[in-house]
Design a protein around this ligand. Structure first.
Ligand code: ADP
Ligand code: MG
Length: 395
């Protein structure tokens, strides 16, 4: 799960991570009111779950999702141009994201922009700090063109981020004296936040040194471990479903493991491993999967019906492959769910089904007696080839 920058700032306040003051506005009038409290320049930032806002473009042609203003009146005018518009950045995809809220804060006089992130390193199963003197720019570009400018420091989760590591990072970022002291406080606070809130990622780009000699986090991108959300009610309350793929929101409501992709062959599978193998084999047979979907080992008829509804809500889908190997899963529950969902949605797309395992005979009987036109796959490869052929034929 991700959160907005303004929500991340609420966590900053709670954990003592230094940043500049400001708050969120949903209307131009609110934006103007917030801006009133700032004496100098004001920053206005579109709040969407994507980075690269500064260099983004609105679909109406207006440039930039991050702006500096001189007066509250100018902030209001800008808010009118941004709110309700769709912003496209290199992280949103070409469809962009609608801006429903903006952050209005105090602009700071930036002397130097750096990069600081804490991630979960899957190779070591431990947190890792990534820092660079090259902040404010796309870190992927830095990694590609000047990899030597990025440092990685692994953290032992039992010990936490140690003072010597903080000094090491500080030195690499060229921070000394009072700035190193501030860095020590900021990095420790951020590490505590990362652990306490079950984050999978905390990215500060840019971390800045101001003209007044302050070290501040000016941007914040957070990711959280979905499996830990049950013990993070405060974080879960920050979820903004309008920022998520509606198919994935519907799937999570039914506890289905679904990830939307951009192909045209939907698949419904039990077990994550088999679901991945099914996507591979669709690709191998010359097709492109429209999703990853694991209904789990003990799916109910309601979950299977919901899964079908989600699959069919995707307008790109031109064919469906059901691949079930019933171990714990009862094939007849899948079959009943398919029949119900197909009736409910007046299914007209080609449907290939491969059922095997627990209670398969009853499942096949349910399908055969349903009157549905479906194609039977003898095995996983045969099923994939058949669905690909059907989709190609229809095109
Ligand atoms: P994004 O990464 O989505 O483009 P950022 O919050 O990083 O958004 O903002 C982009 C750039 O705007 C920053 O790199 C920084 O140069 C500038 N900026 C952001 N916040 C402020 C601020 N409070 N004062 C001055 N400049 C800012
Ligand atoms: Mg940024």
């Amino acid at each position: 799960m991700n959160i907005h920058e303004y929500q991340a700032r609420e966590l900053f306040a709670k954990f003592g991570v230094a940043t500049q003051p400001g708050s969120v506005a949903f209307t131009p009038a609110e934006a103007e009111k917030i801006a009133d409290q700032f004496k100098e320049k004001i920053v206005v930032k579109a709040q969407i779950h994507a980075g690269g806002r500064g260099k983004g473009t609105f679909t109406n042609g207006f440039q930039g999702g991050v702006h500096l203003c001189d007066s509250p009146a100018e902030v209001k005018e800008l808010a009118e141009k941004m709110l309700g518009q769709v912003l496209v950045t290199h992280q949103t995809g070409p469809e962009g994201k609608e801006v429903g809220k903006i952050f209005v804060g105090e602009a700071v006089d930036i002397e130097r922009e750096m990069y600081f992130a804490i991630l979960l390193d899957r190779a070591t199963s431990a947190p890792i700090v990534i820092a660079s003197t090259e902040g404010g720019v796309d870190i992927e570009t830095v990694a590609e063109k000047t990899p030597e400018k990025i440092v990685r420091i692994g953290v032992n989760p039992c010990l936490g981020l140690m003072p010597y590591q903080i000094r090491q990072i500080g030195a690499l970022l060229g921070l000394s004296g009072p700035l190193l002291k501030q860095a020590s406080k900021l990095f420790s606070a951020l590490y505590k936040l990362f652990i306490d809130c079950d984050c999978s990622m905390v990215e500060i780009n840019p971390l800045v040194v101001t003209g007044k000699g302050e070290l501040l986090a000016l941007d914040a991108k957070f990711g959280f471990d979905d499996n830990a959300l049950y013990r993070q009610p405060e974080i879960l309350a920050m979820r903004d479903k309008t920022e998520e793929d509606p198919r994935e929101v519907a799937a999570s409501d039914f506890a289905l493991n679904y990830i939307g992709l951009d192909g045209d062959i939907a698949c419904l599978v039990n077990g994550a491993g088999l679901a991945m193998a099914t996507m591979d084999i669709i690709q191998y047979a010359g097709g492109r999967p429209a999703n990853f979907l694991d209904v789990g080992g003990g799916a109910t008829k309601e979950q299977v019906t919901a899964a079908f509804r989600i699959i069919l809500s995707d307008k790109n889908v031109k064919g469906i492959l059901v691949n079930i190997f019933g171990g714990i899963m009862d094939c007849n529950i899948i079959a009943t769910g398919i029949v119900e969902a197909a009736r409910e949605t007046a299914l007209s797309l080609p449907l290939v089904v491969r059922l095997e395992g627990n209670n398969v005979e009853a499942g096949k009987k349910t399908l055969a007696e349903s009157g549905l036109t479906l194609i039977t796959g003898e095995n996983i490869l045969d099923a994939a080839q058949k669905v690909v052929a059907e989709v190609k034929k229809a095109a």
